[in-house]
Design a binder for this molecule. Structure first.
Ligand SMILES: CC(C)(COP(=O)(O)OP(=O)(O)OC[C@H]1O[C@@H](n2cnc3c(N)ncnc32)[C@H](O)[C@@H]1OP(=O)(O)O)[C@@H](O)C(=O)NCCC(=O)NCCS
Length: 201
């Protein structure tokens, strides 16, 4: 392990909130109309920020149930997983909070992966994108995806990819993602009954 270069209080946020400042919104001009950004999301009561441990009480897991099955995740399960992610590094779960009711109304996860290929590159994956159903259709989906995409660019990733259901292809195309001819398959093997090792090393 190298020296700890963290410049923020890791007890407060999953990742350094300063990373979300001055993202290159100029490079995605035209995708959002009216143009909003993570630092200027269009309403004073909207905040885009890294996940916090308090988000357990602000409905982060509830919103994920609009995406897929979450299961029975207790507070201690949540906290254990949060600290694992933070210790591991490379997890950039970003949320949108409605500060009027202190609820998480949107979220997306950027996960980065160190590679040996491409001169020891960094690669990005987009996961767990969701906007609360009562807030949809207001560009918040585009906003949260573009925020983490621009963050991956800022971190120096050479590409970012995602898996999605067919009906969402136009949504992602509208913000710059492309199906690459000959390279647009997603293949899966599922391990439904595999027991989990608690502390893999
Ligand atoms: C996908 C999702 C995040 C979009 O959030 P949103 O806040 O409504 O998105 P936006 O307002 O930025 O919408 C952008 C565009 O995508 C389209 N779109 C959004 N959701 C769509 C869907 N499920 N199917 C088809 N098109 C969709 C909208 O019609 C809109 O098109 P327009 O700009 O031409 O009007 C939201 O629908 C959601 O949480 N869905 C459930 C979870 C999910 O499927 N997540 C994606 C996993 S890959």
């Amino acid at each position: 392990m190298g020296p700890d270069r963290r410049t923020y209080d890791p007890r407060q946020y999953l990742f350094d909130p300063a990373l979300l400042k001055n993202l290159d919104w100029g490079s995605v001009k035209g995708y959002l109309s009216p143009p909003i950004t993570n630092e200027g999301p269009g309403e004073s009561w909207l905040v885009v920020r890294p996940l916090q441990i308090e988000d357990f009480d602000k409905g982060y897991l509830q919103i994920l149930t609009q995406l897929t099955a979450v299961g029975n995740v207790s507070r201690s399960d949540f906290e254990r997983q949060y600290w694992r992610m933070q210790q591991s590094g490379g997890y950039y779960i970003t949320v949108i909070e409605d500060t009027r009711n202190r609820k998480i109304i949107g979220a997306a996860t950027l996960v980065t992966e160190f590679k040996f290929i491409h001169n020891c590159a960094l690669r990005a994956r987009l996961e767990d994108v969701v906007v609360n159903n009562t807030y949809r259709g207001k560009q918040l989906g585009k906003l949260i995806v573009l925020t983490v995409s621009l963050l991956s660019k800022k971190l120096g990733c050479y590409k970012m990819s995602l898996d999605c259901r067919d009906p969402l292809i136009p949504f992602y195309k509208s913000i710059g993602y492309k199906l690459e001819p000959g390279n647009a398959n997603s293949m899966i093997v599922r391990f439904e009954e595999t027991p989990r090792i608690e502390n893999p090393s």
